[in-house]
Design a binder for this molecule. Structure first.
Ligand code: IPE
Ligand code: IPE
Ligand code: MG
Length: 246
């Protein structure tokens, strides 16, 4: 299916300096729903359109990888009904969207723990989406699901031990190689809408030198225009990585 809402890319974006890897914290669904007198889960449902539009926008502007925060290791603390809804919703979203994303060349992958709390059927559909899209090259859509930045580092350390790596061989590289997706580059840009200015355990290792952009838009209202504005803001920043400007 072609882009359902093609929007011109602002001329002010330098197409040669588009961030290769962007992280999006899809936050504010509950508040969006509450403002409208709806139940929180209706906010999650309304977030689907935002995700699809942001993904098409990222694709159009040439982003190579988009990581979206869909469910954190801390989100299990929510009421059981909401957790159940989110499990089923993420599964059905994948089933609804995987063919369309596949057609436009998106590779779908997941970051997070595949533990027993995630229903087996959900895991099976995650596998299916990953398998269907595994050879796609245009963009990687990494869904952070049952994801925690600390859990990811713990899992990497466990693998170091399992691999019998001695202490003097532990380096940033040997740790990074054991993260969930070592093939993906570090994040260039992390965007958090909804007015919260915190990281909430998103990609702790991979955002060491990311640019951070915050805004007040609640996730269901998020559209690619907001993504483009964040990319422009990113392009105005000076990245120094601890060095000095040349
Ligand atoms: C983000 O929206 C979705 C998930 C965390 C799964 P929220 O549900 O956190 O919405 P707010 O922050 O309560 O408004
Ligand atoms: C972060 O949002 C997780 C996701 C968007 C999936 P939260 O709503 O869970 O974060 P906090 O609780 O406000 O820090
Ligand atoms: Mg929230």
């Amino acid at each position: 299916m072609p882009d359902p809402r093609p929007v011109p890319i602002p001329a002010s974006i330098d197409r040669k300096r588009v961030p290769a890897h962007i992280g999006l914290v899809m936050d504010g669904n509950g508040r969006w729903a509450t403002q409208r007198g709806l139940v929180r889960t209706e906010g999650h449902a309304a977030g689907e359109e935002a995700l699809v539009d942001a993904a098409y926008g990222a694709l159009a502007v040439g982003v190579k990888c988009l990581t979206v925060y869909a469910f954190s290791t801390e989100n299990w603390r929510r009421p059981l009904d909401e957790v159940r809804y989110l499990m089923g919703f993420n599964e059905s979203l994948l089933m609804r969207r995987r063919d369309e994303l596949n057609e436009v060349g998106v590779r779908i992958v997941f970051s997070g723990r595949r533990d027993r709390r995630v229903p087996r059927r959900v895991l099976a559909n995650m596998e299916a989406a990953q398998e269907l899209t595994k050879n796609n090259k245009v963009m990687t859509l990494n869904m952070a699901f049952n994801y925690g930045g600390r859990a990811e580092i713990v899992d990497a350390v466990k693998r170091l031990v399992e691999d019998g790596i001695p202490a003097d061989k532990i380096t940033e590289k040997t740790i990074a190689q054991r993260l969930y997706h070592p093939e993906l580059p570090d994040l260039d840009l992390v965007i958090r809408p909804s007015g919260e200015t915190r990281i909430s355990n998103f990609l702790l290792w991979e955002i060491a030198y990311s640019e951070l952009v915050f805004n007040d838009i609640l996730w269901p209202d998020y559209r690619r225009e907001h993504l483009y504005a964040a990319i422009e803001e990113y392009q105005g920043r000076q990245r120094r990585f601890g060095g000095v400007d040349s």
